[in-house]
Design a protein around this ligand. Sequence first.
Ligand code: SAM
Length: 334
Amino acid sequence: MSFRAGHLVTTVNDSKERLAELTRQCLPVMLPLYHGISLLCPSYLQLLQKRDATAVCDEDEPDRIARGGGEVGWGERMTIYEAYARVYDRSGQIGFALKMLPYLDEVLARHAFIGDSAVDVACGSGTLALGLAQRGWRVYGVDASPAMLAQARHKAAELDQPAAVTWLQADMRDFSLPQAVDLATSTYDSLNYLLTLDDLCRAFRCVARALRVGGLFVFDMNAEPAFLRQWHDATYFIEDQDLAIVIKSTYDDEARRATATITGFVRQGELYERFQETHTEGAYSRAEVAAGLEASGFQVVASYACFTFDVADDDSPRILWVARKAPVWEERRA
Ligand SMILES: C[S@@+](CC[C@H](N)C(=O)[O-])C[C@H]1O[C@@H](n2cnc3c(N)ncnc32)[C@H](O)[C@@H]1O
């Protein structure tokens, strides 16, 4: 997740007054929620009913469910990409996948890659997966968050042009596909959500197993310059007509972990529902990512400063990796 791009984003490091003013404006409508009084308000009941409807819809989904444990909060109870999922696209985050799609076209053309089946790993609200499907790919969209997948399914159902995407709820460290695909993608620093090198390699191995030999894995990751320059000690504010989100983030360079607390207020009738989620990302050096890929059955083809074709270097905040599944992987498994 990046907090830099997007027309809805305003940094408030230099504008604390603005935040104070907004808080003052919102406070009268937020207070009832804080005190629970609004539980009796019809609009809040409506919200609860909507939540039940979503849960029923998820249970009805026939897709495979495979959840792993680990450090990222995907366990008995989902702790991130829950309430945030409902506003993810309209808070401006959809912009990343929309920007990635034409860049991905160029990356595939530059590497003369042709295929017709793909998996988008950590597909989130499905924008990239749906974009690939509209380009003629048969696509699997894999994500651990039921709420993000619910958004993806909803978006797919709204499209004029049908898109061939099969949604799978699964942990990216522990998923498998019914059949091997030509292309794997994972975008918007989703892989940074894996907090140990071991977990990152588990995901790489899963992706390798999901690909045919010679298949391409294209993904981006945040590198340390992003955490130092964009995440450390930063506060961002996102505002829409019925939405206000404050993101406060920090980076621990010893632990090499970045943490963002996302606090949102989403208008529901006359009131605002408040949610809060804490997201943590891990930093990996280019050498670690390259070694992890090679140990997991890939050959590194290229690493670019994301959204360009300049070779990535120590100063690149976001890196776009292109890796090919090596034939040796099949031999190792045999
Ligand atoms: C920043 S969002 C990116 C979503 C999408 N790729 C995009 O470009 O908008 C990160 C996504 O990673 C997913 N995610 C995080 N950890 C995961 C895990 N261990 N397994 C599967 N999905 C995971 C989250 O549910 C979320 O949808």
